[in-house]
Design a protein around this ligand. Sequence first.
Ligand code: C2E
Ligand code: CA
Ligand code: CA
Length: 747
Amino acid sequence: MSKKKVSRLQRSNVDNTDKCARSFDVLEEGVLCFGPDGVIIFCNAALRRMLNMTVDPSSSTVAAIFGKDQAHPGAFVSEDFVNHALHSKPPFATTVFFEHHAVLGETPEAHQALFLPWPARDHNYTLCILQKQKTGIEDEATAVNLAVAPEIEERREQSFAQQNRELCRINARLRIENAERNAVAQALRRSESRYRDIFDNATEGIIQWTPEWRLISANMSFARMTGYSTVDALLSSASENAFHFCYSPLVEKELMAELERKGHIYDFNFQVVRHDGSQVWASMNARRVAGVDGGTEYYEAFIENIAVRKQAEEKLVYQAFHDPLTGLANRALFHDRLRMALRRAARQPAYSFAVLYLDLDRFKVVNDSFGHNTGDDVLCHTAVNILSCVRDVDTVARFGGDEFAILIDDLRGGTLAIHMAKRIHAVLSEPFTVNGQEISIGASIGIVLQAEKYEYPEEILRDADTAMYQAKADRGVCFKLFSQKMREVAMENVVFETDLRQGIKNSEFYVAYQPIVDMHDKKLYGFEALMRWTRRGMAVSPSHFISVAEETGLIRPLGLYMIELVCRQVAQWKRHFQKDFVTHLNISSWQLINPNFTNDVQQVLNRTGVDPSNLLFEITESALMDSGGACIQGIKQLRNLGIQFCLDDFGTGFSSLSYLRQLPICSLKIDRSFVTEMESDPHSLVIVRNILSLGQDLALDVIVEGIERDSQANALIASGCRYGQGFYFHRPISPDKATEILRTAKF
Ligand code: C2E
Ligand code: CA
Ligand code: CA
């Protein structure tokens, strides 16, 4: 029957409800029609009979007639019936029980209730057909045959009214069947449209393909993912091979095999090649759909674009193995590459590699004086420069701070590593400008050649680090190759450093005072305080332990302790002798660049009550030059406090005349080497004389140190030198002996 006919029939059915009700009267099944509010529209004769009803229940409600409490006295209907009738949306079927009033106590009879939508003009009515259960198709057919065949034969001559009733009955049944079919078709349409909706609007791509691997359907999401503007365009280009968008044919094979084997595949990640050739990562869940015969009918898959997730994953992996500032490899990645190189070396005897360990020379000074942003720029600049000197196969890493490591891979002879080290050193030594600031920064490089002879990456790095420290210690050397001897020295250094820390903790340090004299009249001018340390029963040279203290940062607490000791002594002398003299103290550039230093000194002065004009700080010319001017700020602050400054070891640090003029110093101390060589090398005396006249021109006092003989003293006095210091006058002496000198000294 055509759709149009059915709907016309349906409309005509409800147009005339009374007629309809009457036509249902001929049915054996109970028929009840009610509105959305439960108001009964009609109830056929069979149902009235079932319920022993004498009056028509039309206009009453389903709840009133069938509700548990108000159940019609003729019958009891289960509560479910009312609930279903009022709240469930037809079509659906359920089972209800009737218990006849007349035969109370008998087992309730189960009835099948079929609820169908029954549209009428402006209303959505529901039609409920109730029939006794256990009416299987066969039974019904038999019943119809038994009922119809003999009867028609027998009553052929019976009245027209009887035939008419029979026709009405058939007609009513047809209507019900028609309604049932409509309801099923409607449900199917709804379900189909729901499925379509999901398919069309899914954010995931959905595809189906045949066992021959031909694409049969795809949704818009997948078309978009593969770069097509319509599904049709996609389907026509992929009709031959459903997975022609798979980046790798191997992946396609793997997918095919897995689906064959297991019938499904989950979280299968692969790269989709888009229409324009670009690639995008996707994840797929696919399954085999079996036909009625159990064979594969088709396959279907849900494909999700995971480009964003993949990018995030890749970013995480990148971050885990790279230095965020420079983008170079980090320690973890470098270790990994070293491990791989070691493994390769174990497999291939001809393979060899080298490791360079690099540390910038004045980075801390740059960082402390120009700020961390400039420091970061310097590190980036360094990274770029190092990269410009290595090959693609090499690995450059930053280990944090200003330490870099380079793995020179696949070496053919050690000269390549040395050549690279020289190039890197030369490039990094060139001054450059950062944030408008000219910066000169060098690097010390340690090299481990034949690194393949090692067993663990840590050992290689330890030795490269040792060699780097050696290069740093030997100023002016651009690199050092690691040797066995270095390891022994390094071990010694570790023990030394431990002792130094312990010595500071135990206040093992003390002071010797070397008098400085006015050579014209042999009067005492002042003292130079020199630090002393007896380690394990042996005096250690301050030149040695001071440099270790500087490298390890211990110079800050140690230097401050020294100032404290000297100030206490000076305060004591002042109390006893009320004489005016200056005490010189050696200060390291590492102390001066510490922003807290002036404050620390001020506190010591306050605690000890020393007048700052009685103190003079010595800073070596080379330390001042090496710090790139970073000490100047500290010197100025201490000058404001009233402390004077002297440039120590003068003549060795190559400071220019114009630079000297700008420095807030009051005296120069000529380096001992000039005095030592003065008599053997006439140039030295010339230099000493020039420095003396320079001092005069700049109104600076000039002190000469290291005077060991009277000939030296005499030559210096003859050259116009006034202040002298050296073994010829006094050796560095204990505080007690210095006190003794003070007691007898002329001022
Ligand atoms: P310096 O500041 O140049 O100190 C002078 C050094 O020359 C002292 O060595 C002193 O003992 C030595 N000396 C003095 N007169 C003569 C002489 O006539 N002949 C010879 N051959 N040497 C003489 P010392 O005490 O071994 O100190 C070495 C260096 O250690 C010092 O050189 C100074 O740079 C550093 N130093 C010593 N004490 C301190 C300190 O408290 N702080 C800092 N930062 N450095 C210190
Ligand atoms: Ca000195
Ligand atoms: Ca000196």
